[in-house]
Write a protein that binds this ligand. Structure first.
Ligand code: SF4
Length: 362
């Protein structure tokens, strides 16, 4: 049993870092930590200072709020114009700007917006507000999609006809495929996201290793997890043999969570979907299927939306989510863009790279 004491044990961590150094890799190694929580651990525990200079961690697209497109916020803003609608959303999403404004601004002008802390709260909201339509803004990856699916099943069972979901759920493996094919970003190995992996298991990463011949390590969220996973990637590079390793096997099972995947498949269809910074990625979005179409908030949008001209032309979130630049390379970072006055989603979300660099980067 790995205790927190061991997972954060400085002596053990330093020993593994010495093992990384002793591999003698001289060239720059670009390792992408896909998940925002990995970025957080990396900075929060000062691992950046401990690792050899040639190990370059770059942040990937694992913050769901950050990769959600402006057009999704525009749809939510359109829906909240109708006084019959209550928008239910997590706190960080309300600060993200669409092409014109944010839900927070709409709220200040009287829109019905309810900040929730758990998706299950939307069921209660629908029950206690039978005259209103509750519209849940569902963002996130394979980790949160099963919760949304279970809400819709419950709503169908209880004939809650006033509950709707606007889905911006995305799946991670197609984005990793695209990153492997991007000639501008040279990724030498992936720290695969532990939370998503709990649901999808090992198989999708095995396919990535096979197709692109790149090291992948499923990584937990403690400092020891991260340095051990970095060691595993570096060892593979040193040996020239690439494979998937599951460092987080105390939680992630090879086959993932079959029940959760079943829930996802029951409620959603996988289709091409847009990601901030990436454009449209094939088969990467979870959209409510025919069986649950009565709960799909998209059908409440009865006309094509005219998106405004994006104001934050100097925000570089599109490059940050792809790992093309680090936040400090954005001219707005810590100047016009701060946690109190975020210009882009990467500074809003707790998992956003800019926010993590802002709060822990020093
Ligand atoms: Fe956008 Fe602010 Fe990040 Fe720059 S620092 S990329 S403006 S969120």
């Amino acid at each position: 049993m790995l205790t927190e004491n061991l997972l954060r044990n400085k002596k053990v961590i330093r020993r593994i870092i010495r093992a990384i150094q002793s591999l003698g890799l001289k060239k720059k190694i670009n390792i992408m930590e896909v998940c925002g929580t990995h970025t957080y651990t990396f900075f929060r525990f000062g691992l950046k200072k401990l690792l050899p200079d040639n190990i370059n961690l770059i942040s990937g697209p694992g913050c769901p709020v950050c990769i959600t497109e402006d057009s999704f916020i525009d749809k939510a803003l359109f829906l909240c114009k109708d006084k019959q609608n209550i928008i239910a959303t997590f706190g960080d999403l309300i600060k993200v700007k669409g092409t014109v404004s944010s839900l927070e601004e709409a709220h200040a002008y009287g829109a019905n917006i309810s900040v929730i802390y758990s998706p299950s709260e939307v069921l209660e909201l629908a029950k206690i507000n039978p005259q209103k339509r509750i519209i849940f803004l569902a963002v996130g990856f394979e980790t949160t999609a099963p919760l949304t699916a279970s809400i819709l099943k419950e709503a169908q069972k209880n004939e809650l006809n006033n509950l709707f979901v606007l889905s911006a759920h995305r799946v991670i493996p197609p984005a990793l495929n695209l990153l492997c094919e991007d000639s501008e970003i040279k990724v030498d190995g992936f720290l695969c996201p532990g939370h998503v992996s709990v649901i999808i298991g090992e198989v999708p990463y095995r396919e990535i290793v096979k197709k692109y011949n790149i090291p992948c390590v499923i990584c937990g969220f403690e400092p020891l997890d991260m340095v051990l996973s970095i060691y595993k990637i570096c060892s593979q590079i040193s040996e020239g043999k690439y494979k998937l390793e599951n460092e987080y096997n105390r939680v992630v099972k090879p086959g993932g969570n079959i029940s959760a995947m079943k829930l996802i498949n029951e409620v959603f269809d996988i289709k091409d979907a847009a990601w901030r910074g990436f454009g449209v990625i094939k088969k990467s979005g979870l959209f409510i299927n025919e069986r649950y179409k009565n709960f799909d908030a998209e059908k409440l949008i009865d006309k094509p939306l005219a998106h405004g001209k994006i104001k934050n032309i100097n925000c570089r979130c599109v490059d940050v989510v792809k790992g093309k630049i680090s936040p400090s390379e954005c001219p707005q970072f810590k100047k016009r863009c701060t946690v109190d006055n975020p210009l882009g989603p990467c500074m809003v979300s707790f998992e956003g790279t800019c926010r993590i660099y802002y709060e822990y980067g020093a």
